[in-house]
Design a protein around this ligand. Structure first.
Ligand code: AMP
Length: 217
């Protein structure tokens, strides 16, 4: 049976990178709510119009909107066999809503990976973060600088910063994580689903540690 996973951690903890690696290794559907919302903003969809203001301020999009997005995504056939959630759930009501949506699908066994990273590292990672708008590759000015200044090594496109990676918005996103998302760690810990992994190292060593703690394969 393919794994059903949730990856948790503050902004900059490496969730996106690890979710991509896990999705590739186990052939899982990667469900990144941040990516879904950014695509909706770029294509001018109603969802994007609803979400944009919250995203620009580093606040959370309302739970009702997010649960509707997830319900739609999970109704696609391909997701039922294996998936990894990245950036969802982010609040207790989202975690409770997800439990009931998965319950309706007969899915009770899944694992939650929590990446632990210090605030210093998070801020360095977020302020240096660059992404390629064409192929999605990620770079970091401090940890993984592109070989050519601001150009993607894979496809040559000009690298960009996420608009919510400014210092002020980063502070707000970390604060929001602590207050609104932090409590869901206990929600999953109490269900014996939470696996904590040290996320300070480079992406391949963190990936190895994740493979050691997850039990479904
Ligand atoms: P991310 O790419 O996961 O850092 O998400 C970027 C932004 O999208 C967040 O700062 C929120 O404004 C919004 N967002 C993404 N996922 C969620 C979620 N599960 N609940 C509420 N807002 C979200």
């Amino acid at each position: 049976m393919k794994p059903k996973l949730i990856i948790l951690g503050p902004p900059g903890s490496g969730k996106g990178t690890q979710a991509r690696l896990l999705a590739e290794k186990f052939n899982l559907v990667h469900i990144s709510t941040g990516d879904i919302l950014r695509a909706a903003v770029d294509s001018g969809k109603v969802l994007g119009q609803e979400a944009k203001g919250y995203m620009d301020r580093g606040e959370l999009v309302p739970d009702g909107v997010m649960l509707k997005v997830i319900r739609e995504k999970l109704s696609e056939d391909e997701t039922a066999s294996g998936f990894i959630f990245d950036g969802f759930p982010r609040t207790i009501p989202q975690a409770e809503g997800l439990t009931s949506i998965l319950g309706e699908m007969g899915i009770n066994i899944y694992e939650v990976i929590k990446l632990k990273v210090s605030d210093d590292t998070l801020i360095k990672r977020l302020t240096g973060r660059l992404f390629c708008p064409k192929c999605g590759a990620l770079f970091n000015l401090s940890f993984k600088p592109p070989k050519e200044d601001r150009l993607c090594e894979h496809c040559g496109a000009e690298l960009k910063r996420r608009s919510d990676d400014s210092e002020e918005v980063i502070k707000n996103r970390l604060e929001v994580y602590r207050h609104r998302t932090g409590p869901i760690e206990d929600f999953y810990r109490l269900q014996y689903k939470l696996k904590e992994v040290d996320g300070e190292g480079d992406s391949s060593s963190v990936f190895e540690m994740i493979l050691e703690v997850i039990t479904i394969s």
